[in-house]
Design a protein around this ligand. Structure first.
Ligand code: THU
Length: 133
């Protein structure tokens, strides 16, 4: 395991603190590690117009990409439940844009987590090659 993954897990758990989730009351935290070893965090942000809510993973990615980052090693995801939190389908597709080799760290607790390649979470993905660009 990469030496920074424990730090990434801790930051994901901490990121939940700022979750804005008055409707679902379900807090999610994400911490994204870039290829240059920088960490960007994110949390879910909900809206009274429910469908406008955005997941923690996409917040972390948009923060990083808007700062010029495009290459990533891993994302750690945690939630306010005592079980593993798998990324939703929309986030799997969104993250795939930046690489199928991303390590997705699915956290149950600080010491109990799974590391799964994004390609294994989204087999047969639609991506830029599908557009033949
Ligand atoms: N949520 C995430 O932030 N990430 C996921 O991968 C799954 C769901 C959020 C969206 C919503 O604010 C709440 O969890 C309940 O669905």
């Amino acid at each position: 395991m990469h030496p920074l993954y424990s730090e990434l897990i801790e930051q994901s758990i901490k990121a939940k603190k700022h979750s804005y989730s008055p409707y679902s009351k379900f807090s999610v935290g994400a911490a994204l590690l870039t290829s240059t070893n920088k960490i960007y965090t994110g949390t879910n942000v909900e809206s009274a117009s429910y469908s406008l809510s955005i997941c923690a993973e996409r917040v972390a990615f948009t923060k990083a990409v808007s700062e010029g980052e495009k290459k990533f090693k891993a994302i750690a995801i945690s939630a306010s439940i005592k079980d593993y939190i798998y990324p939703c389908g929309a986030c799997r597709q969104f993250m795939y844009e930046f690489g199928k080799d991303l390590d997705v760290i699915i956290i149950k607790s600080k010491k109990d987590f799974l590391i799964i390649k994004l390609a294994d979470l989204l087999p047969g993905a639609f991506d830029k090659r599908s557009l033949k660009l």
